[in-house]
Structure formats: structure tokens, C-alpha cells
Design a binder for this molecule. Structure first.
Ligand SMILES: Cc1cc2nc3c(=O)[nH]c(=O)nc-3n(C[C@H](O)[C@H](O)[C@H](O)COP(=O)(O)O)c2cc1C
Length: 183
């Protein structure tokens, strides 16, 4: 079993999404046996913006396809994912590889993988909140992974910038959720 662990926060070791994604990987490693973890830090080693020529390089796609479980740290930057993570997505959502067009619409070809996403948001965007319509991390990533045949799972730490107390509580709550994921 191979776990692909992706981080995309620019906040180094103060990052909430890195703390939660790391905890998810640790929980999975504790629950499983013999799995290999491949780690990609998209902030430390960014992929360039997509170009036509870049389609010829399938290393990122191959690494994704070789993984059974993918754990992603996804902070909210300006209402959506960091451009570092978008550049990674541009290399894995590929017609003919991870989805194909059919007469009935697109069909996902990456079925069977488990994708777990650790989201960190400075404000509150959960359902029913006044700013819920500005949430384009969870909704976007659900759409991306549904497109390629995967129903992603989410662990969310939100409101981390509201106050230091709120930050601690939101991260602790998310870390508690990670225990449930490995059960
Ligand atoms: C460049 C930048 C843009 C941000 N944009 C938003 C935003 O649109 N909405 C929000 O609620 N928080 C925003 N934040 C706050 C982050 O979502 C919050 O700090 C979160 O913890 C980031 O995850 P990280 O700690 O893993 O980097 C932004 C932070 C940065 C650095």
C-alpha cells in the first residue's frame, strides 16, 4: 500500500493544514501495516504553471496513479486552493488517463483510491454561515476528485485566524477527527 502525502501551505511548521495532514498520515500508518509514504511539498518544490509541453512529463500523474491513498493538506488562500496545489491538480486531471468523455458525460478512471483532504481556513465558511458561498476549497476539490471517480473525505479546521483560542480549538477538533478516519 502506498500513501501519497501532499502539502501545499506556505506557512512552514506553523501551518494548520500541514499539522492535520501529518496527523492523518500518522493515523493511517498506525492502523495499516507495511505501507510506503511518498511525500511531496508543493510549497518547497513547486510545480511550474501548466504549459502544453508539460503534458509530456507524466511523473506527477504516475506518482498519483501508483498511490492507493492520497492525503492532501489544502489551506484556503483567497477563497480557494493555493496555486501550488492547482498546478498539481492540472497534472492529474487528464482526459484519457484519469477521466474520459463518454456519450453520458465524463467518467472517472481513477476509481478505488482513497483521498483524504485536510483543509485549514482562517474564517468560517461552513454550511449556513453568511460566507458559505465563498467557500471554493472543499467544493472545488470535491468536484475535481468526483470528476476522476473518487469521493474525497475532508477534515476541516476553520476559523483558525479568529483568535488564538479559536485556532487551538479548531486544530484540536480536526486532529480528533483524524483518529476516526483511521478506525
Ligand atoms: C495568502 C493567504 C490568503 C488567505 N486567504 C484566506 C481567505 O480567503 N479566507 C480565509 O478564511 N482565510 C484566508 N487565509 C488564512 C488561511 O486560510 C489560514 O491562515 C489557514 O490556516 C492557512 O492554512 P495553513 O496554516 O496550513 O497555511 C489566507 C492566508 C494566506 C497566507
Amino acid at each position: 500500500m502506498t500513501i501519497l502525502h501532499i502539502d501545499s501551505s506556505i506557512n512552514g511548521n506553523t501551518s494548520a493544514s500541514r499539522e492535520v495532514s501529518g496527523s492523518i498520515v500518522n493515523q493511517l500508518k498506525g492502523a495499516l501495516w507495511g505501507e510506503e509514504v511518498v511525500y511531496r511539498d508543493l510549497a518547497a518544490n513547486p510545480l511550474p504553471h501548466l504549459t502544453l509541453e508539460a503534458f509530456a512529463d507524466t511523473r506527477t500523474l504516475d506518482e498519483f496513479m501508483a498511490a492507493d491513498t492520497i492525503v492532501i493538506g489544502a489551506p484556503m488562500y483567497n477563497f480557494t486552493v493555493p496555486s501550488q496545489l492547482k498546478a498539481w491538480i492540472d497534472r492529474i486531471v487528464i482526459a484519457g488517463a484519469t477521466f474520459r468523455y463518454t456519450e453520458n458525460g465524463p467518467e472517472g478512471l481513477a476509481k478505488g483510491k482513497r483521498v483524504i483532504i485536510a483543509i485549514a481556513r482562517g474564517g468560517i465558511y461552513s454550511e449556513g454561515s453568511p460566507t458559505a458561498a465563498f467557500e471554493h476549497v472543499e467544493t472545488y476539490l470535491r468536484g475535481v476528485f468526483n470528476m476522476i471517480g473518487i469521493e474525497p473525505e475532508f477534515v476541516v479546521a476553520e476559523g483558525v485566524n479568529l483568535s488564538p483560542e479559536h485556532r487551538v480549538a479548531a486544530i484540536e477538533n480536526a486532529l480528533g477527527e483524524t483518529i476516526r478516519l483511521a478506525a
